[in-house]
Design a protein around this ligand. Structure first.
Ligand code: SAH
Length: 457
């Protein structure tokens, strides 16, 4: 049968792809259905036809899957932030566990049986909502001239107005309302990407999960706002307000935050606690977005590092030193390496704040600092922990790890496909996978974190 765009067809969703899309077959022809849930009987409309497959959207759910649930967020289909909010949470966890497993088998080339033996149960959340400690809302204007805040519709820059995101803090809506009200009263305009005119671009809100301290930073196309005092006064009525700042971003760019931060009121940072460790978080710092799960993630990394007290540990891609300080509680000495100088400044502050003297941080690329130190000083490591960004570790970094031959490598990853690629390199040489745990840091999205323990053979 010939298929054409806009054809309306019936399909049963048999599987779900890595990006959370439903997969079904019509007369042997594969169709990827946005928002389809495994088990759904759907009426779909084809949106794009390729040679061997097609894309479609749901026209009508004829028989809902037993795994389909009512999403809490009314706009989850437009927003695109939570791709699988309509999938039952227990099933979401299975989906992520399988995704990690598939990557390790298909990309890493490991035996399925071996992976199954090493894989522990995925760590999910008891209450998988309201977990994000950070939100960045774009600011815009609707057709009637009202100021709106919300999220970009999937893969566009069209703002869908929403103040209360179900995976964010309950405090966000109140803060956004105060800012919108201030803007309306003082005729402060939202930024317009097309004309590069207007003032307020984004609003960054961070809330300390453990401390309830709040940070608000307004990203503006300029240096200052009118009547800043008024804005400060109204924001300060919110309990827990700790830091209010302006981030100047006058560039034509998709990057949200400007490099320059001007403090309007309060402290330059908020603090939060993960386990026993306290962290300082500035507007520009990288900090895991889900503090509750981060404690479990770092706890697992610490367990896998299996420290007895005297070890030398290298923590590559250390950010503000979060994992480094977690490890320093149990290690003899920890060295952290991170490319962003401001993050290392925070890392050093964090070490001081926690009275930890057994940590040293270096600014630079992991794939440059580690080989340089190894060649010039013949540094040694008992354990190496890596937590790279999505693109994974550089080959030079992996090569040096193999030369240094630490007893254990703990790999923390936010992308199981590059994890699988890198583990292949390490395990074709002298390492063996001992344990794997996925941690659901990003409930209702298709992403998760994975921790792997490798031991020297
Ligand atoms: N372990 C930290 C940060 C992980 S995110 C935490 O859990 O909070 C990855 C970090 O790697 C980011 O801070 C990023 O700035 C840093 N990074 C990216 N490329 C790098 C490289 N080539 N060398 C060192 N650090 C890098």
């Amino acid at each position: 049968m010939e298929f054409r765009k806009n054809d309306c067809l019936s399909v049963v969703i048999e599987d779900m792809g890595n990006d959370g899309e439903g997969i079904g077959k019509v007369e042997g022809f594969t169709v990827f259905v946005k928002d389809g849930i495994v088990g759904d009987h759907l009426l779909i409309r084809l949106t794009k036809i390729k040679k061997n497959y097609a894309y479609a959207r749901i026209e009508k759910v004829e028989i809902p899957s037993p795994f389909r649930v009512e999403p809490r967020c009314p706009i989850h289909r437009q927003c695109g932030g939570c791709q699988i909010q309509a999938l039952d949470y227990a099933k979401q966890l299975k989906f992520k566990q399988n995704k990690v497993m598939n990557h390790l088998v298909r990309i890493g080339g490991f035996e399925q049986e071996k992976i199954e033996q090493c894989m522990e149960s995925i760590i999910g959340m008891e209450e998988p909502y309201r977990y994000r400690n950070k939100a960045q809302y774009p600011v815009g204007m609707d057709k009637d001239g009202n100021i709106i805040t919300g999220f970009y519709a999937g893969r566009t820059h069209v703002i869908i107005p929403v103040d209360d995101c179900m995976i964010g803090s309950e405090k966000n809506a109140e803060i956004l309302n105060i800012i919108k009200n201030y803007m309306q009263v003082n005729r402060v305009s939202p930024y317009d990407e097309l004309t590069h005119k207007g003032q307020v671009r984004h609003i960054l809100i961070r809330v300390g999960q453990d401390t309830d301290e709040i940070m608000v930073s307004l990203v503006i196309n300029g240096k200052a706002l009118p009547k800043e005092e008024q804005l400060i006064q109204s924001l300060c009525t919110i309990k827990g307000m700790t830091s209010i700042s302006i981030s100047c971003n006058t560039e034509k760019t998709n990057v949200i935050m400007g490099k320059e931060i001007r403090l309007l009121w309060g402290s330059e940072y908020i603090t939060d606690r993960i386990g026993m460790v306290i962290f300082r978080i500035s507007p520009l710092s990288f900090f895991q977005v889900n503090s509750i799960q981060t404690e479990k993630l770092y706890g697992t990394a610490l367990e896998y590092a299996n420290l007895q007290g005297g070890e030398t540990v290298w923590d590559l891609y250390c950010g503000i030193g979060t994992i480094s300080l977690f490890l320093a509680q149990k290690a003899g000495k920890v060295y952290g390496v991170e490319i962003v100088p401001e993050a290392i400044r925070d890392a050093r502050e964090n070490a001081k704040l926690n009275h930890m003297e057994n940590v040293t941080f270096f600014v630079g690329k992991a794939e440059e600092v580690l080989p340089e130190k190894y060649e010039s000083e013949k540094i040694h490591a008992d354990v190496i922990v890596v937590d790279p960004p999505r693109k994974g570790c550089d080959q030079a970094c992996l090569d040096t790890i193999l030369k240094m031959e630490p007893e254990r490598v703990v790999y923390v990853s936010c992308d199981s496909s590059t994890l699988a690629r890198d583990l292949k390199v390490l395990c074709e040489s002298i390492y063996e996978i001992k344990k794997i745990t996925a941690v659901d840091q990003f409930c209702h999205t298709t992403h998760c974190e994975v921790v792997v323990k490798l031991e020297r053979r």
